[in-house]
Design a protein around this ligand. Sequence first.
Ligand code: ATP
Ligand code: MG
Length: 328
Amino acid sequence: SEPILTARNLKRHYEVKGGFMKPPATVRALDGASFSLTPGRTLAVVGESGSGKSTLARVVTMIEPPTEGELSIGGRLIGPEGASRDRDLRAMVQIVFQDPYGSLNPRQTIGQTLMEPLLLNRPEIKPAERDARAREMLTLVGLRPEHFDRYPHMFSGGQRQRVAVARALMLDPKILVLDEPVSALDLSIQSQVLNLLMDLQERLGLAYLFISHDLSVVRHIADEVLVLYLGQPVEVGPKDEMFARPRHPYTKALLSATPVADPALRKERIKLTGELPSPMNKPPGCSFNPRCWRRLEICTSVEPALEGQGDHCYACHNPVPDDETAAA
Ligand code: ATP
Ligand code: MG
């Protein structure tokens, strides 16, 4: 089906003030992301800490406007002039954060927490209807009606994350942005919440932007995968293709660091040398070149474009060849 959200060359830069011995600078937190989201499908965004995942989440959710590029949601354009105040447009994209403790108000009952988005976004809706909708969402996420009057501290981490999902669903969104939604949970609870999310997606036809640094979680939930490095996509494609034949050396390194159960599939771990450069001071050419073992002369001066065959694209002058992906 048609995409519900399209991003083109999306950027979010922050100007930071200088300080003692420090000149002012531009933080290129998100630096040109292009992708689309489709109803009923999940795009996973992966990348190490500081790669711009949460910045992308804030721009897509219209919490912050892009400083450059285009974001189109449900056919409406959101440009650098500012995030839309249109309440219908805002309702369409909702977010779930990593920390189910921090994101719920400890002084509010679960019921109050759930009804809040309706109170703010749809004040004309009658209290009885608001109440009924909140109870309906509680059941939808696998909680019980009697949980309505309880407080967050009476719940486990997994239950709190279910509440956060229920709240995100109150306005009947089309898109959920999930920023590390299971990273703070125990492993056994993680799969329960992931299964709930997959079930909800199927029932409600939601499009997911699923942010995670955990590739085993991504393998479980994603349809497509986008790898971010210093705010830029270095590789994007269908999940199976990305896991089987990573082309960008960075993707390959990330995958090699993921534990797999089957010893036959175990890969030699590629250790990346050097630190992630600062998004204030990105290296010329390919941003990954200082850490890349496949670096060529051209990589230090010419920025590679995101290109490929079909829907598998990568930004690399010297992509990993077929025999190497198979042997590794
Ligand atoms: P993590 O995996 O740790 O959550 P992330 O991929 O979500 O990391 P972001 O939080 O998006 O990364 O941050 C990307 C970069 O932008 C970081 O270098 C961060 O310090 C910087 N950054 C984010 N927000 C701001 C801001 N408001 N002002 C200045 N710099 C910022
Ligand atoms: Mg983050």
